[in-house]
Design a binder for this molecule. Structure first.
Ligand SMILES: *[C@@H]1O[C@H](CO)[C@@H](O)[C@H](O)[C@H]1NC(C)=O
Ligand SMILES: *[C@@H]1O[C@H](CO)[C@@H](O)[C@H](O)[C@H]1NC(C)=O
Ligand SMILES: *[C@@H]1O[C@H](CO)[C@@H](O)[C@H](O)[C@H]1NC(C)=O
Ligand SMILES: *[C@@H]1O[C@H](CO)[C@@H](O)[C@H](O)[C@H]1NC(C)=O
Ligand SMILES: *[C@@H]1O[C@H](CO)[C@@H](O)[C@H](O)[C@H]1NC(C)=O
Length: 286
């Protein structure tokens, strides 16, 4: 977890003091036109919750419109994290108890289960009768969690290696084929894998082993795949999608200081910055 601290101190040091200003549509200063352009289309910022202390990772349970997030639970100099959620119209988040330094969060919508990763492993929470955590992986420090194709993947700290949890056998396998130390990992809808390392972003085609380097940003905060299977890459001040033909990233939205990203059931983006969780909804401005 120490690495995360260093990373986030850096983020805070550089960006913590800047406040995000909504973009204006050119030639129009009318307030109703404020927002963010996503794929060139104006979107309105709908603030779901503010006043949160660094919401790092996001995951949504669309069935109940419940947004889970990890956050800084101590003061700025401490390595303490927690996991909480907000629902529609909530004025305060609800913290999930019983996870030591909860940092990673992911939701399996189909099976109505949330998974939380912290210093002491992974916990499963059945969202139909929430609050009864099952400690499914023990004695591992969890950095990041992903749920793909009925499997739970995680990056362990401090090795930064990718592991896979097998629900049937209830055991963990090191993913030998990803030999690098990685920061983020995602498998998109075509079964292709993206990894980020200290050298940047690489794609590994399904069934292949060679690493295809990507041009563009080298540092990322998150990679999240939407319901259509499209991987979204969050760098310091923009969200990108991949052009797999020529291995470049295309910026789809310019947003300062993104921490986490998730998608509602209609694939509208929900992102976090150092103190807010924001949903972007298409907005017509005449
Ligand atoms: C902004 O637009 C709305 C509706 O289009 C209009 O009613 C309002 O007067 C405009 N405000 C300014 C300051 O131009
Ligand atoms: C949230 O608040 C709005 C406005 O007060 C209301 O119309 C809506 O039904 C509420 N939604 C839920 C899920 O409570
Ligand atoms: C999730 O649901 C699928 C299909 O219903 C099932 O095959 C699978 O075992 C479930 N996974 C877990 C982790 O419960
Ligand atoms: C997981 O359990 C299965 C069944 O007991 C076993 O075949 C497999 O080798 C185990 N894998 C690891 C990494 O221990
Ligand atoms: C990569 O391909 C996309 C779509 O075909 C194109 O828009 C983009 O300009 C290309 N980028 C480069 C660097 O060639």
């Amino acid at each position: 977890m120490k690495f995360a601290i260093v990373l986030f101190c850096l983020i805070v040091g550089v960006y913590g003091k800047t406040t995000e200003k909504p973009k204006h549509k050119p030639h129009n200063s009318n307030k109703t036109c404020e927002g963010v352009h996503v794929h060139g289309k104006l979107h309105k910022r709908h603030v779901i919750m503010n006043g949160i202390n660094r919401p790092y990772q996001l995951a949504i349970y669309n069935h109940e419109h419940k947004i889970f997030f990890s956050f800084n639970a101590g003061d700025d100099t401490q390595d303490t994290f927690g996991i909480a959620y907000v629902k529609i119209n909530d004025t305060m988040p609800t913290e999930i108890q019983g996870i030591k330094n909860g940092f990673a969060v992911v939701v399996d919508e189909h099976n109505k289960t949330a998974y939380f990763g912290g210093n002491e492993g992974i916990y499963a929470d059945n969202l139909e009768k929430s609050g009864n955590l099952k400690h499914i992986v023990k004695n591992r420090d969890i950095w990041d969690l992903q749920y793909f194709d009925h499997h739970l993947y995680f990056i362990q700290y401090p090795s930064q290696r990718l592991h896979k949890y097998d629900f049937k056998h209830k055991n963990v396998t090191l993913q030998q084929h990803i030999h690098e130390k990685i920061y983020q990992f995602a498998i998109d809808g075509e079964g292709d894998t993206f990894i980020t390392t200290r050298d940047g972003l690489f794609e590994i085609k399904k069934g292949k082993n060679d690493r295809i380097p990507y041009q563009g940003p080298k540092q990322f905060r998150a990679i999240e795949v939407n319901h259509k299977g499209v991987a979204h890459f969050c760098a310091k001040s923009a969200i990108y999608v991949a052009h797999k033909e020529n291995h470049t990233l295309t910026e789809i939205a310019s947003i300062k200081n993104i921490f986490g990203l998730t998608f509602d059931s209609s694939d509208n983006m929900i992102y976090s910055n150092p103190h807010e969780i924001v949903k972007l909804l298409p907005h017509d401005c005449k």
